[in-house]
Design a protein around this ligand. Structure first.
Ligand SMILES: Cc1cc2nc3c(=O)[nH]c(=O)nc-3n(C[C@H](O)[C@H](O)[C@H](O)COP(=O)(O)OP(=O)(O)OC[C@H]3O[C@@H](n4cnc5c(N)ncnc54)[C@H](O)[C@@H]3O)c2cc1C
Length: 377
């Protein structure tokens, strides 16, 4: 286990980063690497929120009606492997990254007609050696039941990582910097317009810039300044299974009608996810997960008799407008936000971090218009 200290050095740091999920960890990492002094604060353990997950799907958008949002996701997917390689080299922690691709059974004739467009769209819009194919027959009968009545979409851009390993590698990297303070178990109570933050016990801190990366906990912090609800949490449940028989860990992600089945290198297969706007228990699982597990067993024969080793739930940050929210709060030049990645954050968190830091230095940030704070206000 990585060790770190619960102390804040003086003078005031260049950055206070609130929330040590995947977005806050990448932000702290890049800021520290650039030589800035950083205090990274979390109300719980570092990386213990939604980023402490088990699925780790890194999925492209459909490659038609191409726009800057799809391009951003594409750049996230294609630049992430190098960033992970660098972290692995720094820390010796393997992050379970693999460009495994994805199979999607086609259930309807109309979907089959669209599939040809997706294949053409991939050729046109995915620069590089990525391919989207439409097949009549199940290409992986060893891994997936032949449930595609109208064929199978198969693409090789999708990837997966082990979320917990990636988070651990980032924490281990941060520990190596002498210019980073890691503060756990400290809930930020309020965000001031000048970037000042209030902590429990009446303590307050100020930094050159404050960056809010608190997942769905960002929204209540921001509402005081924005005077508007900027987003909410959407709960998800997932499970990890250990099959009785061996399986190929390089098997493609199965995505069928909202169900993901993802092979991991550690002998587990992850299954996800529910999507719940209304919930009272953020971390509990229930019968909705049982339905998902049963569905996964039907589409992935390797799961027959597999034992459930973990049931897991947490809450994704969903900004208004669904897209992530990145940039400086209007009227508050020292307060920056990067959150709201919702279901795709792991593929783009490093880009969100890069762009939040660019915004903090007053640079004109090249992000999709729908990601700008103004689009959410
Ligand atoms: C079941 C499930 C499956 C998922 N599957 C995938 C997937 O396959 N691929 C993918 O890309 N994404 C997936 N996601 C979504 C992804 O996990 C999240 O979008 C992502 O982890 C959000 O990262 P974050 O850093 O914004 O937030 P978090 O990881 O939630 O981090 C925010 C941190 O801020 C801290 N915090 C909150 N408020 C405060 C405060 N006031 N003061 C101090 N600290 C605070 C929290 O303790 C937390 O550690 C899934 C989510 C769920 C629930």
């Amino acid at each position: 286990m990585v060790s770190y200290q619960n102390t804040i050095k003086r003078p005031a740091p260049d950055f206070i980063i609130i929330g040590a999920g995947i977005v806050g960890l990448w932000t702290a990492y890049y800021a520290a690497k650039a030589g800035a002094s950083v205090v990274l604060i979390d109300k719980g353990r570092l990386g213990s929120g939604a980023s402490n997950g088990i699925l780790g799907a890194l999925m492209p958008h459909q490659p038609i009606n191409w726009n800057d949002k799809k391009q951003y996701q594409f750049e996230g997917l294609t630049s992430l492997p190098d960033e992970i390689t660098m972290l692995e080299a720094n820390t010796g922690i393997e992050c379970g990254y693999r460009r495994c691709g994805r199979i999607m059974p086609i259930a309807h004739a109309e979907k089959r007609r669209q599939s040809a467009d997706w294949s053409t769209g991939a050729t046109k819009n995915w620069s590089g050696d990525y391919v989207w194919q439409v097949k009549d027959d199940n290409p992986r009968t060893d891994w997936m039941s032949s449930v595609g009545e109208h064929g199978y979409n198969v693409e090789d851009l999708a990837a997966r990582t082990n979320p917990r390993a990636l988070v651990s590698a980032l924490v281990a990297s941060l520990v190596q910097f002498s210019n980073v303070e890691l503060l756990e178990g400290t809930q930020v109570q309020q965000l001031g317009g000048d970037g000042t933050i209030s902590l429990p016990g009446g303590q307050s801190l100020v930094a050159g810039k404050t960056i809010v990366t608190a997942g769905y906990g960002s929204f209540p912090l921001l509402e005081g300044l924005a005077a508007k609800k900027l987003g909410w949490g959407v709960k998800g449940q997932a499970a990890l299974l250990r099959p009785l028989q061996s399986f190929d860990p390089a098997s493609p992600i199965i995505y069928d009608n909202g169900t993901y089945v993802i092979a991991h290198d550690n002998g587990h297969i992850a299954i996800g996810s529910t999507s719940e706007r209304e919930f009272s228990q953020p971390n509990s699982t229930d019968a909705q997960l049982d339905v998902l597990i049963e569905r996964a067993r039907q589409i992935c024969p390797v799961l027959e008799g597999a034992s459930v080793v973990e049931r897991w739930a947490d809450v994704r940050p969903r900004a208004t407008g669904r897209d992530p929210m990145i940039g400086t709060l209007p009227g508050h030049p020292d307060a920056i936000v990067a959150t709201g990645g919702f279901k795709i954050t792991f593929a783009i968190a490093h880009l969100m971090a890069r762009d939040a830091l660019a915004a903090s230095s007053g640079e004109a940030v090249q992000i999709p218009d729908s990601f700008r704070i103004e689009a959410h206000l």
